[in-house]
Design a protein around this ligand. Sequence first.
Ligand code: ZN
Length: 331
Amino acid sequence: MKKAIAASVFDRTGLRRLLHGIGRWRGLVVLNYHRIGQAAGAPYDHGLWSASEEAFSAQMRFLRRHTDLIEPVDLAQLRDRPRGRYAMVTFDDGYRDNYEAALPILRHEGVRATFFVATGFIDRPSLPWWDEIAWMVRTSRKPHLDLRPWLEAQVAIDEPGRERAVRTLLRAYKALPDDRLADYLDAVGAATGSGRAGPGHADRFWMTWDMLRGMRDAGMTIGGHTVSHPVLANMSTARQREEILQCGRRLAEELGRPMDCFSYPVGNPAAFDERTREVLAEAGVRWAFSYYGGCRRFDDWDPYDIRRVAVETETTGPWFRSIMTLPSVFA
Ligand SMILES: [Zn+2]
């Protein structure tokens, strides 16, 4: 939030225009989105809504005017042109609003984006763990949860603590080893009284393969994001291989193209490791995107750790413009 306030001041003072005019920064800023639309009233993870349709349109127009928008296929040449100011638009997970809301805007603005999808959600639609946990909390009638031994302290889940409770439960999930996850979800379902969300919840949740072929034919890039969206570093090497290689196989079968780009689920530095990099190389992936801040310069280029900046609903006009004007501070 401090960044948001600083961005607002920065934007208003006119320094922004000055810096923009002279194009001070050089490198690549990759923006990452999840969902486009309005979270209000939805029983799922509100943190996943990145922008309204109006805000997204304005952001795409801004990028077109002020940056060179590129696609993953352009990355191979970038190091030979280190003086450019490049931006890339990416989406994670494969939500259906990417097709219904984002694609028409991207086509209208002439922007080519990259969509990283978890193939298991496309093949067998179900709620992902973060939306299921949010759903359990948001549909619970209880004021607080006792989740011992998973969490030491009780968690208040009635308003106004509900959003914070969702974050707390998601953080606990991300720290668990692979073989405890199902038990944890069962425990949250029991403690909230909501139970587990059945497959019917995921109707119209994800894109279909036909939609993804439509995306591809409209010039969008489709990349891999594993099968079931695990935190890869928490898994055995064998399970990491299954998640990455099977994702690549499904993309190739359905879209007729090899998986040459990939984004790490969760994407912070603890979410992937040296073993992940080895499996990506084996799978033929050329570029892998993380999900923590920053502008990537070409003198410290790492094709398996291309940083991305989160765009969230709080990323309002001034903040967005500041990220794109002074990424070393705001991205
Ligand atoms: Zn994801």
